[in-house]
Design a protein around this ligand. Structure first.
Ligand SMILES: Cc1cc2nc3c(=O)[nH]c(=O)nc-3n(C[C@H](O)[C@H](O)[C@H](O)COP(=O)(O)OP(=O)(O)OC[C@H]3O[C@@H](n4cnc5c(N)ncnc54)[C@H](O)[C@@H]3O)c2cc1C
Length: 491
């Protein structure tokens, strides 16, 4: 294979943010590293594309934990990528429209408390207590109290008002679940990362962030192979030896990080014969997070005076979460839930002058290819109709309309069932060790949103941290088991 050496210290399968961060740490430590990506560009879900002058974020449209104390910012500083992309801070990051409720979530907990207390004055003290809990959140201190509980149970413990509980639950549906199923710890981690340290947009779209990591990785001597799918992880005597690519070409490596779907990694790439039967059963029984229907909209008019600036506008036309589903396959009423990403309101590179680029999201079950062939356009129209309820000025101005269904997400990233953010973050699935970073194959580690942790592992900042951890594990392995001279990855 032209340009590809036959032997590496480390190979990374997949160039999602978890893979890119891991690769950049390894290259920085002097480790000869190859990233293999099946798509024709890097980033996985963190990508963007252009159409008719509009730029759209394919999935990720904002990043969290990037404030002055944020761990994602610290990672970018350590890797020297901070200066390679530009970030805008949007405060408030999220706004919600519900009957009689229009509230915003600011980076500052006090300001958010004030905002919510204006709409729910009787709950003022409870709101303050809730945000104190969020502000002080560290999973270790709350693990015993909340590990088995849902976010709904936590909300019931704090609040009386049904609409307030619905509103706070809706903001957390970015985790792909309603409050009655979502793990309380995942919700608290999300509130902390997004409220106190959330709402950052990379100028030019999410792809700019992935490209910055790619450029730094290449600068440090790393190599990337695009449009090549790994079909096999080669194993000898329980230790990783290399990969096989789609056309049969083999590349050897002393260590490996899989950044792709965990089920694919163990069942298809490693092979069940190399994995404990109990672990295979566990993997098959775990539930992936929901997928989404996405509609990319190019709008031929400015919405700057109509819509207050934010990253995410949440629209839910019911007072109670039980009155409507966040999954459009389960609830296809024209006036229902929609989550709107509003990148061009603050980043003018995303749309032509006087126009806007919007992305509509709604939970959606994976279903069959035939189902989506028949239903895609109808459900996309319903999602647009919902967005027009939230922003009436959209009507008549739509010039570009492109839907992506769960099978599209699967095709582009090979995430099982087009999953949105790894495993479904329910209390029974948010545990350390169900799918650990260190695998039973010597020298093989995972990075990305399929590792289980007490708070879930979805979202850019979490997968970046997992990439850093995987790189540290690889450097330790190389130092212990090989002659390779390696630097260190900070704790
Ligand atoms: C619609 C949507 C919106 C989202 N919005 C946000 C958001 O705004 N903010 C946020 O923080 N998170 C968001 N998320 C979640 C976030 O995108 C993911 O949790 C995160 O990006 C996953 O990163 P990852 O490193 O695990 O890899 P992924 O992004 O899943 O990438 C895996 C990579 O591996 C490659 N690959 C797979 N198999 C192979 C193979 N066999 N050979 C070679 N390459 C392979 C894939 O092509 C892909 O590039 C969103 C997700 C979705 C779906």
């Amino acid at each position: 294979m032209a340009g590809i050496d036959g032997s590496y210290d480390a190979i990374i399968i997949g160039s999602g943010i978890g893979g890119l961060v891991a690769g950049t740490y390894l290259a920085k430590s002097g480790i000869k590293t190859l990233i293999v990506e099946q798509a024709d560009k890097v980033g996985g879900y963190c990508g963007s594309f252009s159409r008719d002058g509009y730029r759209f974020d394919e999935a990720v449209h904002y990043i969290n934990n990037f404030g002055p104390q944020g761990f994602l910012r610290a990672i970018c500083q350590e890797l020297g990528v901070e200066s390679l992309f530009e970030v805008l801070t949007i405060d408030p990051s999220d706004r919600l429209l519900m009957p009689g409720v229009q509230v915003a979530i600011y980076h500052n907990a006090l300001r958010t408390t004030e905002e919510l207390s204006r709409t729910f004055p009787k709950e003022r003290r409870a709101i303050k207590r809730f945000f104190d809990l969020v502000g002080a959140f560290h999973f270790a201190s709350l693990y015993v109290t909340y590990q088995r509980r849902t976010f709904r149970e936590l909300l019931d413990e704090y609040f009386e008002d049904r609409r307030l509980k619905t509103a706070l639950g809706l903001f957390a549906t970015t985790m792909g679940l309603t409050a009655d199923k979502l793990s309380a710890l995942s919700a608290l981690a999300y509130y902390k990362g997004s409220i106190l340290d959330g709402g950052y947009h990379s100028v030019g779209g999410a792809q700019s962030f992935a490209n910055a990591l790619r450029d730094r990785f290449l600068q440090l001597g790393g190599e990337i192979l695009l449009s090549q799918r790994v079909t096999r992880i080669l194993i000898q005597q329980g230790t990783v030896r290399g990969i096989e690519l789609q056309e049969g070409h083999r590349v050897s490596a002393k260590t490996m990080i899989s950044n792709c779907d965990a089920t694919q990694t163990f069942i298809n790439l490693v092979g069940e014969e190399h994995v404990e039967p109990g672990f295979v059963r566990c993997l098959k029984a775990l539930r992936p997070s929901t997928s989404t229907l996405v509609v990319y909209l190019g709008v031929e008019r400015s919405l700057r005076d109509e819509v207050p600036d934010c990253c995410n506008l949440w629209y839910f036309p019911h007072e109670d979460s039980a009155s409507g589903s966040i999954n459009i396959v389960e609830d296809d009423r024209p006036n229902g839930f929609v989550h709107i990403g509003l990148s061009s309101l603050h980043d003018r590179t995303m749309a032509p002058e006087g126009c806007e680029s919007l992305v509509l999201f709604c939970g959606a079950s994976y279903m069959t290819v035939e189902y989506w062939r028949e239903q895609r356009d109808r459900l996309a129209e319903i999602l647009v109709e919902r967005a027009c309820h939230a922003i009436p000025q959209l009507r008549g101005g739509i010039r570009v309309k492109l839907p992506a269904n769960p099978h599209t997400l699967f095709r582009y990233t090979l995430n099982r069932d087009g999953a949105y953010r790894g495993w479904e973050p329910t209390p029974d699935q948010t545990k350390l060790g169900l799918v650990p970073q260190k695998t039973s194959v010597e020298g093989l580690y995972l990075a990305g949103h399929w590792i289980t942790t007490p708070v879930g592992n979805g979202g850019v900042s979490m997968v970046a941290q997992s990439g850093k951890n995987a790189a540290r594990a690889v450097t330790t392995f190389l130092r212990r088991h090989t002659e390779t001279v390696v630097g260190t990855v900070s704790a």
